[in-house]
Design a protein around this ligand. Structure first.
Ligand code: ZN
Length: 387
């Protein structure tokens, strides 16, 4: 099967982040088996989802992990002009479908290259590592990377995450953490605002604090010009269950916020500062209303940033495969930082433009799939030439 035929099959599985991914995993596993490749499943707790990894080539140290996620984001409310789960070629050199760009195009390129990988005389192994639930917080990345470390006696050296980068070599990615903060205030007639505690008013103060915290990090010099924007962002994106009428003091408020960190900042430290401030706010309000409370919960794993130094061996290696020595960074979150934390030198490079991801009429340009296939050809050639 060629890249397009495989991509057509992969996009037909409408597995969203959070869904069971058995359908797409089964298909990939059958494909691997048909090509004589053993694979390892890394299931979640109840067995409804699984990551897959496998090794092609010799059982020796070194080699590279090629990784992608099997899940996609929803299409609800988006104005698609084609069926999002049917790969559509309208003759404009683009292939339209949900996941065509993010990131089944990369997986399709890897799988299409498998027959020649198995025939090549590889001196270093190539691993495939495919995850689930990436789109809802990179939930499966750490367990997948850890399983690769424990399952094989020999250790892979590099990991390449094929997120859409227009085939540019990427050495940095911001980390992300998402939080939900809930306030419990006292209800009452709005004329009594000075005697009660409005959850909305207190929430507003906390959100202003977060905004000022972002500014103070920048003023303190926590900037990294490899990124755009070159600083950590803190942003409140939802405000829910807050209030019932303009003349009623709200007794509850909930807001969700995210922190996207540059490598020199840590979300956990920003959270600690925030919680210290919440403690002060609570102390000053419990006199008036003993049940006043602020609680903050983390919505998913802390997704670490990627900060691959230019001095790492992987940088010239990947750049040589692309014949492009200008590395860049991305602002989106990915599993790359998680693979780096597991001990692999990690970069991001994949077909398609992140600007086309997550939106209606997502597409990947055919020329991008060709460029990705060329990179993989060069990889196989390089691993075959080693002595
Ligand atoms: Zn992705």
């Amino acid at each position: 099967m060629n890249v397009e035929e495989i991509l057509k099959k992969l996009v037909s599985f409408s597995v969203l982040g959070g869904d069971s991914n058995s359908s797409i995993a089964n298909w990939i596993e059958t494909y691997l088996t048909d090509h004589g490749i053993d694979f390892k499943k890394v299931p979640n707790e109840d067995g409804s989802k699984r990551s897959i990894h496998c090794r092609i080539g010799p059982a020796v140290d070194g080699g590279i992990i090629l990784s992608g996620h099997m899940d996609v984001v929803p299409v609800e409310g988006q104005d698609w002009t084609t069926d999002p789960f049917i790969l559509t070629d309208i003759g404009d050199d683009k292939l339209y479908a949900r996941g065509s760009c993010d990131m089944k195009g990369f997986i399709a390129c890897c799988l299409a290259k498998l027959p020649s990988m198995t025939k090549a005389n590889l001196k270093k192994p190539i691993y495939f590592a495919f995850s689930y639930d990436e789109e809802i917080g990179c939930l499966a990345g750490p367990a997948l990377a850890a399983d690769i470390n424990s399952y094989y006696t020999e250790k892979p050296k590099y990991a390449l995450i094929g997120e859409p980068s227009m085939m540019q070599p990427i050495t940095g990615q911001k980390g992300i953490c998402v939080y939900e903060t809930t306030l419990n205030g006292s209800a009452g007639h709005s004329s009594r605002i000075k005697s009660e505690i409005s959850a909305i008013h207190e929430a507003a103060k906390l959100i202003v604090w977060l905004d000022k915290k972002m500014d103070s990090l920048i003023q303190d010099g926590d900037v990294d010009h490899r990124f755009n924007p070159g600083h950590t962002t803190i942003h409140c994106g939802t405000m829910q269950q807050s209030g019932i009428a303009p003349n009623v003091i709200s007794d509850s408020a909930t807001f969700q916020w995210d922190v996207r960190v540059i490598p020199k900042n840590k979300a956990i430290e920003i959270l600690a500062d925030f919680e210290a401030y919440c403690e002060e706010v609570m102390l000053s309000n419990v006199q008036k209303f003993p049940d006043f409370k602020i609680t903050t919960t983390q919505s998913h794993n802390d997704v670490p940033p990627l900060d691959c130094p230019d001095s790492a061996d992987i940088v010239p290696f990947i750049c040589s495969l692309l014949d492009n020595h200008k590395t860049e960074t991305v602002a989106y979150a990915a599993e790359a930082g998680q693979f780096a934390e597991a001990g692999f030198q990690t970069m991001i490079c994949g077909p398609g433009d992140i600007a086309q991801a997550h939106r209606a009429n997502e597409f990947v340009a055919k020329s991008q799939l060709i460029a990705c296939t060329e990179m993989l050809n060069n990889l196989v050639e390089k691993f075959s030439e080693l002595t």
